[in-house]
Design a protein. Structure first.
Length: 193
C-alpha cells in the first residue's frame, strides 16, 4: 500500500468514526425513500382538477387517484389555476385529511354521559333528538325576553353557536340562518377565534 492510499483510507475511516460518534442517523434517508415511492405513485395516478370548497376564493386543486383502487392518494394546489397558481391556505392544504385516507376521522357519534369517564357509540337519531330536546327546553325557559324598553323580544341568550372552519361558505350561511331562526344571538366562527 502506498503512503497516499494509506492517508486517504485513514482519513476516511477517521471521518466515519467521528460522524458515528455525533449520532448520524439514516432515518431521513429512509423517509426520503418513502416520499419517492409516493411521488412515483402520484405520477402514475389519474389526475383530475377540482375546486376547494372552504371559502369564496375557489382555489384550484389537483386530485390524484390510484387507478387500481380508485382512492385519492394526494391532493395539491393546481399551478395552472389563475386564482391560486398552485398555492393553498392551511385548510386547502389539509383537505386530503378529510378523505377516507385519514384513519382517525370520526364516523360515529360519541357520547359521554354526565359524570361518566368513558365514551359510548350512539346512532345519529339519538344525538339529534338529544340536541333538539335541550334546545326546546332552553327556548321554553327563556325565549320571550323583555328588552330595556319593556317590549318582548324573541331572543335565546342561553345557547350559543360556534361555527366550524371545515365547512364551505354556503353551509356556513345556512347554519347561521338556522341558528338565527331559533333566536340565537351569540354566533361565533372558528376562523375569528
Amino acid at each position: 500500500m502506498k503512503r497516499r492510499s494509506f492517508l486517504k483510507l485513514s482519513c476516511g475511516l477517521g471521518a466515519g468514526i467521528m460522524l458515528s460518534g455525533l449520532g448520524l442517523s439514516l432515518m431521513p434517508v429512509e423517509g426520503m425513500a418513502q416520499e419517492l415511492k409516493k411521488i412515483d405513485k402520484v405520477k402514475s395516478a389519474a389526475q383530475t382538477t377540482s375546486i376547494c370548497c372552504y371559502c369564496a376564493v375557489g382555489c384550484g386543486l389537483i386530485c390524484s387517484t390510484d387507478k387500481s383502487t380508485g382512492k385519492i392518494i394526494n391532493i395539491e394546489g393546481d399551478p395552472e389555476h389563475p386564482v391560486n397558481e398552485g398555492s393553498l391556505c392551511a385548510k386547502g392544504a389539509g383537505i386530503y385529511q378529510t378523505t377516507e385516507a385519514n384513519p382517525h376521522r370520526l364516523t360515529k357519534v360519541l357520547y359521554r354521559a354526565p359524570h361518566a369517564d368513558k365514551w359510548e357509540e350512539k346512532d345519529w337519531d339519538f344525538a339529534i333528538d338529544r340536541i333538539a330536546a335541550h334546545i326546546k327546553k332552553e327556548r321554553d325557559a327563556s325565549f320571550m325576553v323583555k328588552n330595556k324598553d319593556g317590549a318582548v323580544v324573541n331572543r335565546l341568550e342561553t345557547v350559543a353557536h360556534m361555527g366550524s372552519s371545515n365547512i364551505d361558505s354556503e353551509e356556513c350561511w345556512n347554519i347561521a340562518a338556522f341558528a338565527r331562526s331559533l333566536g340565537l344571538v351569540y354566533l361565533e366562527h372558528q376562523a375569528r377565534v
